[in-house]
Design a protein around this ligand. Structure first.
Ligand code: UDP
Length: 253
C-alpha cells in the first residue's frame, strides 16, 4: 500500500513516517526479518502486527511504572504514534543469562546465569556490524557523556526488572534484550527515553520449563515458525489482536 505520509527513515524491520504533529512520528512494523547483519533475510507473515502489539504492551507498562519512553498510542494493526527523539547511536544490551555473543566470546554455555545483570553497548553501524564498544569509546567520540551513560544504565536496569517480572509471570525466562535510547529536549533540559521497540525481535525469551525459544533465535537458527513463537508470547501475555485471523496478511493493510 502506498504510504499516506512522508517517509522519514526505513530500517530493516520498521519504517518511520512523519507524524500528525511536530515532534511525533508514525512507526510502521514490517514483516521483514533480518539476522547476522542482514545476511539472512525473510518476510514472516504477521510478525509486524505482533510486534506492534507487543511493543505497545511493554511500553505502556513502562509508562505505568514511570519509565519514560517514546510510545504515545497505537494507531492500527501495524502503526503506532511515537515521540520523535534523537537516537543515541548505541544498542544497549542487558544480559541476565549467557547466550549469543557473550557465550561465544567467553566460552559460556548458553543459559548460564550471570553473577549480576550485565549492561553492554554496541555502536549502531551496520557497515561495521554493530561492534561492541566500551564506555571509554562512547565518551571519547561524544556519542554520550558519563551522565548520559549513568542514566542509560539506570533506565536499562529498570526495563530489565520490569520485563523480567512480566515474563516470569507467564512462565518465560528473560535471557537478554536490547533497547535503544533517544533524547528529547524540554527547553534547555535534555531527557533520555526508551525508544525503538521492545519485542521478541530484540529479546531472548526461553520457556521456563522446557527451554523452548520464543524469540528471533527461532529465525536465526531455523528452529521453527517465528510467527507461532511470537503468537505464543502474545497469547500468554493476553496481547492478541481481537481477531487473530487478521494476522494473516491477506486481511491487513
Ligand atoms: N540484539 C538486537 N539487535 C542487534 C543485536 C542484538 O536486538 O542488532 C538483541 C538480541 O536479540 C539479544 C541481545 O540483543 O536479545 C543480545 O544479543 P547478542 O549480543 O548476543 O548478539 P546476537 O547473538 O543476537 O548477534
Amino acid at each position: 500500500m502506498a504510504p499516506r505520509r512522508k517517509k522519514i527513515y526505513e530500517g530493516k524491520a520498521k519504517t518511520l513516517y512523519e507524524g500528525p504533529e511536530p515532534g511525533t512520528l508514525v512507526q510502521y512494523f514490517k514483516d521483514d526479518a533480518t539476522a547476522f547483519n542482514a545476511q539472512k533475510k525473510a518476510t514472516i507473515e504477521g510478525k509486524g502486527v505482533l510486534n506492534n502489539r507487543l511493543s505497545e504492551y511493554f511500553m505502556t507498562g513502562l509508562t505505568n511504572i514511570g519509565v519514560p519512553n517514546h510510545f504515545i498510542k497505537r494507531l492500527n494493526m501495524r502503526e503506532q504514534l511515537i515521540r520523535q527523539v534523537e537516537i543515541v547511536p548505541l544498542e544497549v544490551i542487558v544480559r541476565n543469562f549467557a547466550a549469543g555473543s557473550i557465550s561465544k566470546r567467553l566460552g559460556l554455555e548458553e543459559g548460564t546465569p550471570l553473577p549480576r545483570p550485565i549492561v553492554e553497548y554496541s555502536y549502531k553501524n551496520d557497515d561495521l556490524g554493530d561492534p561492541l564498544v566500551p564506555e571509554e569509546y562512547i565518551i571519547a567520540f561524544g556519542w554520550a557523556n558519563q551522565q548520559d551513560l549513568d542514566d542509560i544504565v539506570a533506565l536499562a536496569l529498570r526495563v530489565n526488572d520490569f520485563l523480567t517480572g512480566v515474563f516470569y509471570a507467564v512462565g518465560i525466562k528473560l535471557i537478554d534484550f536490547k533497547i535503544e535510547v533517544g533524547r528529547v529536549w524540554e527547553g534547555d533540559f535534555m531527557r533520555l527515553l526508551v525508544a525503538d521497540e521492545i519485542s521478541p525481535d530484540s529479546c531472548r525469551l526461553w520457556d521456563m520449563k522446557t527451554g523452548e525459544k520464543l524469540d528471533k533465535d527461532v529465525f536465526r537458527r531455523d528452529l521453527g515458525n517465528l510467527t507461532d513463537a511470537y503468537t505464543e508470547v502474545a497469547r500468554r501475555l493476553g496481547v492478541l489482536p481481537t481477531n487473530t485471523a487478521q494476522i494473516k496478511p491477506t486481511l491487513i493493510n
